[in-house]
Design a protein around this ligand. Structure first.
Ligand SMILES: [Zn+2]
Length: 620
């Protein structure tokens, strides 16, 4: 309920403006218009409450205790009260984290007199501050930043990292106003932020609240490579310093340039940012929020420490995250436009926002020359197999799995089948269908472009109707049936027919893969076991959830996916359980895995070759 007030004020303001412009101005005598306008402007000014002058100061206050000290100074106040709140989630990472739980010593003072200002805590992340007769207030708190993760803030001896959602208070009714951010950091620490720079190296700005909180910042000691793509500056940051060698960094930068050019070309070379920042951590995350996360003009990624990190191993993730610049950061489901930071914000379209992004990472890898056509096709086949070999596909549609993500990334039920794989599969099938409808002239690129123009560039999010309309414009065909069967429904697509559009048949096969029955996630101490499958080799070996694997045989390279050629052999797991070290011998089991490959038909028709060439075209 707290959220409703500012929104309705904004709606009233818009309504008044339209009313004045459209109906009143033309007809009434001018003196009356002046009178009426005067009255309306009074109402409008009260609703608008005057622009505020807001400065956030982020101080790295204590590297031992991992504390930020955050000050929000609000000036030019002319309203009786101010509602401030902290987001409960970070866009892109769809779980509620309640950042307010990290706040300590919240207090409000008059910025002029220093007197304490009363406030009430009205919602778990919301405070109402009385500002009657005050023109300036200062809100201060300490923020415990002790988890290195994509959606958390962290301070240690070497660096500090945060995303705006964790530290910046939202001032109700003032979310479209500019703000200033000042940093206070230990001596010799550098600052790299996605926020807009100023002449002062410690001061940055944001044009509005959405931009402010979707910006990531790192301070401390880390390596940075600066480069340009199409006249725009890009910064690649590698933490800790020295973790990713200069040689690897330079090679990776060349690959990132190709990704940026390839993907911008899909959106008519529109690059919707002034600068772009890549934050890469070569160390394990300290929660389940590992992997990578997109922001308005940056992304953050975790990479393996040591020699395991290679430019070739990281580039597909970068291609995925960079594509989000357009798909989800701008071209976004209407359900998430604008972002509501106070609660879950479900949409049935993550299969487009994430799944198509996965598909485009594969497309980009091929177009940029990092992956052969054959490997591209294998990946397409892999997505189809991933969906079709999962029994949950029969009762969880791509639309449904999109919604279920909010149940938590650790919840097996919600992640029985993933909108990433489902959407990646549908991306390929839709691409082929569109190309078939148009003899190769038009493809999924055109759909993304058209949706971008007709929705994002007109200031709104997309709906199912927008997709149907855009597809009708591009193909002159009705895709309602396609979408209701395969996206909101659980029907098995007619793979034979659709892959035949490009002259491919498909073949199922079976291969033997190693089976351990362990799910685990990397932690600084080792691989933390999060699950042991029933009747599995791991269960027989006596492994338990919560164990931390520190060595496999005599190696500290802790990978569980490299045992396909050791089926039937015994490996020795060294684990820590309740502060004790155990040795557990485990006999590697096996399981049959279905394979699915795309095979060229013997005599493709001209039409099939036309679609194939358009689909597999390389280069920008
Ligand atoms: Zn993504």
């Amino acid at each position: 309920m707290n959220r409703v007030l500012p929104a309705s004020h904004e709606a009233t303001r818009r309504h008044i403006r339209l009313y004045v412009e459209r109906s009143v101005m033309r007809r009434l005598p001018s003196a009356f218009v002046v009178l009426l306008l005067g009255a309306l402007l009074t109402v409008s000014a009260a609703a608008q409450q005057g622009k505020l002058n807001t400065t956030y100061t982020v101080a790295v206050a204590n590297t031992q205790a991992s504390l930020f000290h955050v000050t929000t100074e609000v000036r030019d106040l002319s309203q009786p009260g101010l509602e401030v709140s902290l987001p409960v989630w970070t866009p892109g990472w769809y779980t509620v984290e309640n950042y307010a739980k990290n706040i300590l010593r919240f207090k409000v003072t008059d910025a002029n007199s220093g007197a304490r200002v009363p406030f009430s805590w009205t919602h778990k992340q919301t405070w109402n501050i009385s500002t009657v007769g005050r023109s300036a207030i200062k809100i201060e708190f300490d923020y415990r930043a002790d988890v290195l993760a994509l959606n958390q803030a962290k301070i240690n001896q070497d660096f500090a990292f945060f995303t705006g959602t964790q530290l910046f208070l939202r001032l109700a009714g003032h979310t479209s106003e500019e703000s200033t951010v000042r940093f206070q950091v230990p001596e010799n620490w550098r600052i790299l932020s996605a926020l807009k720079e100023t002449a002062d190296q410690l001061v940055f700005t944001a044009p509005d609240y959405d931009t402010l909180v979707d910006s990531t910042t790192e301070m401390g000691n880390f390596d940075v490579e600066t480069f340009e793509v199409a006249g725009k500056p890009h910064y690649f940051a590698a933490t800790p310093a020295g973790a990713f060698s200069t040689e690897k960094r330079l090679k990776f930068v060349e690959m990132l340039k190709k990704v940026a050019r390839t993907e911008s070309a899909i959106f008519y070379n529109n690059q919707p940012f002034d600068k772009y920042v890549y934050f890469y951590f070569f160390m394990p995350p300290e929660s389940n929020a590992g992997g990578a996360l997109e922001h308005a003009n940056s992304h953050v990624a975790f990479a393996p420490p040591g020699d395991a990190a290679t430019p070739e191993g990281l580039i597909e993730t970068a291609a995925h995250e960079f594509f989000h610049l357009w798909n989800v950061k701008r071209l976004r489901p209407a359900d998430m436009m604008p972002y509501d930071y106070s609660r879950e914000q479900e949409t049935t379209f993550l299969w487009i926002s994430e799944g198509f992004t996965n598909y485009y990472a594969n497309v980009t890898m091929m177009r940029a020359g990092f992956r052969s056509r054959r490997d591209f096709l294998n990946r397409v086949a892999g997505a189809a197999l991933g969906v079709e070999s999962n029994e949950a596909r029969a009762y969880i549609s791509p639309a449904a799995s999109s919604v279920s993500t909010w149940l938590g990334y650790d919840t097996p039920r919600a992640f029985e089948i993933s909108y990433y794989t489902q959407g990646e599969n549908l991306g390929a099938l839709l691409d082929l269908s569109i190309r078939h409808d148009t003899n190769g002239a038009v493809g999924l690129d055109d759909l993304m472009r058209l949706l971008y123009r007709t929705t994002y560039e007109r200031g709104r999010g997309f709906t199912g109707q927008d997709i149907i309309d855009a597809l009708r414009i591009l193909t002159r065909r009705d895709y309602v049936d396609f979408l209701s069967r395969y996206a909101s429904g659980v029907e098995v697509p007619d793979y034979a027919r659709i892959f035949a559009y490009a002259g491919y048949g498909f073949e199922f096969g079976v291969i033997k893969r190693a089976r351990l029955g362990i799910t685990a996630r990397p932690t600084p101490e080792g691989l933390r076991v999060t699950g042991v499958a029933a009747a599995s080799p791991a269960e027989t070996a006596g492994l338990r959830s919560g164990d931390v694997i520190t060595r496999i045989d005599d190696s500290d390279v802790l990978r569980l996916d490299t045992f396909d050629d050791r089926i039937g052999q015994i490996i020795a797991l060294t684990v820590i359980r309740d502060n004790r070290q155990l040795e557990l011998p485990l006999t590697i089991g096996s399981r049959d895995e279905r394979t699915f490959s795309l095979i060229e038909v013997e005599k493709p028709t001209r039409a099939q070759l036309q679609v194939r060439e358009a689909w597999l075209k390389q280069g920008v």
